[in-house]
Ligand binder design. Structure first.
Ligand SMILES: Cc1cc2nc3c(=O)[nH]c(=O)nc-3n(C[C@H](O)[C@H](O)[C@H](O)COP(=O)(O)OP(=O)(O)OC[C@H]3O[C@@H](n4cnc5c(N)ncnc54)[C@H](O)[C@@H]3O)c2cc1C
Length: 416
């Protein structure tokens, strides 16, 4: 007979199963899919960036929402402990650029496999193809406590189990095909717990300007992407990062865009724009000199043939179009005003944000069960005894780099 039931066999649920069994409990994991860790399987493009080899301060800095809540969980089970944990399970790991930790094999399936083997060895009961449909909470005077759950089993039959300790590890609502359909958030709402409405984050961004489609596939490296919104009638910088981005048929994607998307959600109706500095290493003056030099070497060329040293080929027609400079104009006929306008454009190519792509494409869900409802040391609900929430179901999220899985591991390891 299980003394604790974990709902959801994703990253957080599997870790909770191992940790609780090692602490002497007798846990059961209930998972609606036919196998454990379906989302884990697709993480890191199938390679699983399982944590970031950095200090706890650095982990906290990479949390976008409610980092304070994670303080105790991260200090209790940090990146070094995560790496040792997986190494002890027999997983060989390596650290790549930016501290990103992966299995040496580059196969996320190996992460799932070592965890599954450990769960089996510890005797954790796993019920696959089983969907929890209801969590029962009973009131005993002023005290509310969890008392059991109902599920639909493999044969499609509805059953009930009594249990006084239930861990909700059902994930968020992004990539719902992996099984993360927001059930835990829905139950929390039904129990009267505060939730922050789920919304997509680490997600590509749709852009008004139609030319993105013409240059889809173009990746820009070493650019500075800055998101700006109108706040109280003034332009306010919401997020700015140096790195790499990509044009797509609907707008933009790539590392700096995905990170930016986690910060801009609440400014979508505030004239949100993306400013791309195509030459962040140069000041306007330096870029002007550079262009003068390029022009002096191409004096008799048409403007459209003078930019190939400065810009990727695909981007040239777009820049020419926005600059308003006649593409057939001879370089030596370009006026100083026109050149300075070009400099400004290369330092600040402005695109208008239409919106974020939806949850089907979001790496992470922002929002979830309010952290004010949860004891940060034990992950237990403050108002419903025996009910715990871990992983992405909580209103916490982080940037890419292994930080979101670290949230799943650390919150799971915190359960008492
Ligand atoms: C494409 C992609 C790539 C990613 N890459 C990375 C990466 O490289 N590094 C990183 O740190 N993070 C990455 N993430 C984020 C990371 O996958 C999540 O943060 C993490 O999986 C959250 O773990 P979780 O256990 O809370 O939820 P999930 O992994 O979503 O697991 C929840 C589980 O609960 C089950 N479930 C839900 N409802 C029920 C129910 N009613 N009954 C029974 N079972 C139920 C689901 O089927 C699912 O298996 C990526 C995400 C995506 C989408």
């Amino acid at each position: 007979m299980s003394d604790v039931i974990i709902v959801g066999g994703g990253a957080a649920g599997m870790m909770a199963g191992i940790m609780l069994a090692e602490k002497g409990y007798n846990p059961t994991i209930i998972e609606k899919n036919d196998r454990l860790g379906r989302k884990l399987f697709i993480t890191g493009k199938g390679r699983c960036n399982l944590t970031n080899n950095c200090s706890t301060e650095e982990l906290l800095k990479n949390v976008v929402t409610n980092s304070k809540f994670l303080y105790s969980a991260f200090y209790g089970f940090d990146a070094a402990m995560t790496m040792s944990f997986f190494e002890e399970l027999g997983l060989k790991i390596k650290t790549e650029r930016g501290g990103r930790v992966f299995p040496v094999s580059d196969h996320s399936s190996d992460v799932i496999s070592v965890m599954s083997t450990k769960l089996k060895r510890l005797g954790v009961k796993i019920m696959l193809n089983t969907t929890v449909i209801d969590i029962k909470v009973t009131e005993d005077g002023d005290t509310k406590r969890v008392s059991g759950l109902s599920y639909v089993n493999e044969q499609g039959k509805k059953e009930h189990i009594a249990c006084e300790n239930i861990v909700i590890a059902t994930g968020g609502v992004s990539y719902p095909l992996t099984g993360s359909t927001g059930d835990g958030i829905k139950w929390a709402k039904e129990f009267g717990l505060n939730i922050s409405e789920p919304r997509p984050a680490l997600v590509p961004i749709e852009i008004e300007e139609g030319f993105c489609k013409d240059i889809m596939g173009l990746a820009l490296k070493n650019i500075q992407a800055t998101f700006v919104a109108k706040v109280k009638n003034k332009d306010k910088v919401i997020y700015s990062e140096f790195g790499e981005m990509l044009f797509t048929h609907f707008g933009v994607s790539g590392p700096v865009i995905l990170s930016g998307s986690s910060f801009v959600g609440k400014y979508l109706d505030s004239d949100l724009r993306l400013r791309i500095d195509l030459k962040p290493a140069l000041t306007e003056e330096q870029l002007n000199e550079r262009i003068l030099r390029d022009f002096s070497q191409n004096i008799n060329k048409q403007f459209r043939n003078s930019l190939s040293d400065l810009l990727p080929k695909k981007l040239i027609p777009v820049i020419i179009d926005i600059s308003g400079i006649d593409q057939y104009k001879k370089v030596n006929e370009i006026t100083k005003e026109e050149r300075l306008k070009l400099v400004k454009l290369l330092k600040c190519m402005e695109l208008h944000v239409k919106g974020l792509r939806d949850l089907n494409e979001a790496i992470i869900t922002q929002g979830g069960v309010s952290v004010k409802e949860i004891n940060p040391h034990t992950m237990e609900s403050k108002s419903i005894k025996g009910l715990r929430f871990i992983g992405e179901v909580l209103d916490v999220d982080a940037l890419t780099g292994g930080f979101n899985l670290q949230i799943a591991w650390s919150t799971a390891a915190s359960i008492e």
